[in-house]
Design a protein around this ligand. Structure first.
Ligand code: FEO
Length: 390
């Protein structure tokens, strides 16, 4: 395994995980992922940025073969996919000084653990000279942990942003420009699952970084952005661009009544020019739903009543949506029941973290009749009317 040059003096020494199926045990990874690490060689000092997942540390070590001395190891984020290999790296390079943000120091010393006196905390704006190259540390907290730290290589205007702007994408391509359409999709999904819940902090950090006029942005997952405006513009759109005239429609059905309602409702929306995006929850990829929620205006959950409340699959997605905090303007519930229940109240409560207007629900007793289908048509009409103001 060789290191791969990015620009003179800076190599990619990361790992590609071609098999990983889930991140944090709930985010599906249809395109798998990578854990980037970088080696920066100045005229006097050498720096390693991050250390990958522990189960791939042998690959990192192989890429570092022939590197006799590392002076500094920067841990930009203490989550294990970037820090888990640190103990092995520190063992191989015992003289290297480990550096992290103050919060990073705290987490590394409690999570791995690495002795706190082995870690130097760096302040926002502090610089580190490597001889002919200078690194500037920039605190970018909460993208997505309190510890996240960026580093700017001043002479080359190369910006390392750890998870911020990342994409879970396993690819041999070093640069995003090799296939920007594919990277866009992976980065949007990544944003939805990891950055969207902390959108306000992401916005502040975006403003802090964009003044640097970086020539390249190197994150800790996915290819390097050799056209930074590609990802910066995408983030601006996702955080504050116009919402789409679209309804995300996750649903589950037990005996077909809710399915009939969802089918009719989706067609009513389409007839009014509103994009309907149904997701059958037994088989849907929750990352696909999260991605659509980045800029859709409305969420309507379809669920039968099960043991007095929503079906567990509908409750699960409501819980997840509430965590992800999309910019939704409107929410509603449609579905069926046999003899009663509190599905609407329970789902509305579960979505109470959103700043969305609740529209009238449509619940049918058993198979939907003419009046129920008419109510669905009216709800579609109301949504189309509300979306006029987007
Ligand atoms: Fe890629 Fe938050 O770790």
């Amino acid at each position: 395994m060789n290191s791969r040059p990015i620009i003179p003096g800076v190599d990619w020494v990361g790992t590609v995980d071609w098999e990983r199926q889930y991140f944090d045990a709930f985010m599906p990874l249809p395109e798998h992922t990578s854990y980037n690490a970088y080696l920066i060689r100045g005229s006097e000092k050498t720096v390693l940025v991050d250390a990958t997942e522990p189960y791939l540390v042998d690959v990192l070590m192989a890429r570092l073969e022939g590197v006799k001395k590392i002076d500094f190891i920067l841990s930009l984020h203490a989550e294990q996919d970037h820090s888990g290999g640190l103990p092995a790296v520190l063992e191989k390079y015992p003289a290297a000084q480990l550096m992290a943000s103050p919060k990073g120091k705290e987490f590394l010393s409690t999570l791995l653990p690495i002795p706190a006196d082995r870690i130097q905390a760096v302040q926002d704006g502090e610089t580190l000279s490597l001889g002919d190259k200078t690194l500037r540390f920039i605190h970018i907290p909460w993208v997505h942990w309190p510890d996240t730290l960026a580093v700017f290589l001043e002479q080359d205007r190369l910006l390392f942003t750890t998870d911020f702007f990342g994409a879970h994408l396993a690819t041999p391509d070093l640069f995003a420009s090799a296939n920007e359409a594919r990277v866009y999709r992976a980065a949007k999904r990544y944003y939805a699952e990891i950055m969207m819940p902390l959108r306000n902090m992401a916005q502040k950090n975006l403003e802090k970084l964009q003044g640097l006029d970086a020539a390249m942005i190197a994150t800790s997952h996915g290819p390097i952005y050799d056209r930074p405006e590609f990802i910066l513009n995408a983030y601006r759109d996702w955080m504050s661009g116009p919402l789409r005239n679209a309804v995300v429609l996750p649903f589950i059905t037990m005996h077909g009544s809710t399915l009939k309602m969802v089918t009719h409702f989706a067609e009513c929306l389409a007839a009014r020019g509103v994009a309907a995006l149904p997701f059958e929850l037994l088989h849907a990829d929750t990352g696909d739903i999260a991605e659509e929620l980045v800029d859709a205006a409305t969420l309507v959950l379809g669920t039968p009543t099960t043991l007095g409340g929503p079906h567990p699959a509908a409750a699960n997605i409501a819980y997840l949506v509430n965590l992800l905090k999309p910019r939704l303007k409107f929410i509603s519930v449609i579905g069926s029941y046999g003899w009663g229940g509190r599905s609407v109240e329970m789902l509305t409560e579960m979505l109470s973290g959103l700043k969305a207007e609740a529209l009238p629900p449509v619940l049918a007793k058993g198979l939907p009749g003419e009046a129920d289908l008419k109510a669905l048509d009216d709800l579609a009409g109301l949504i189309a009317e509300k979306h006029q103001s987007l």
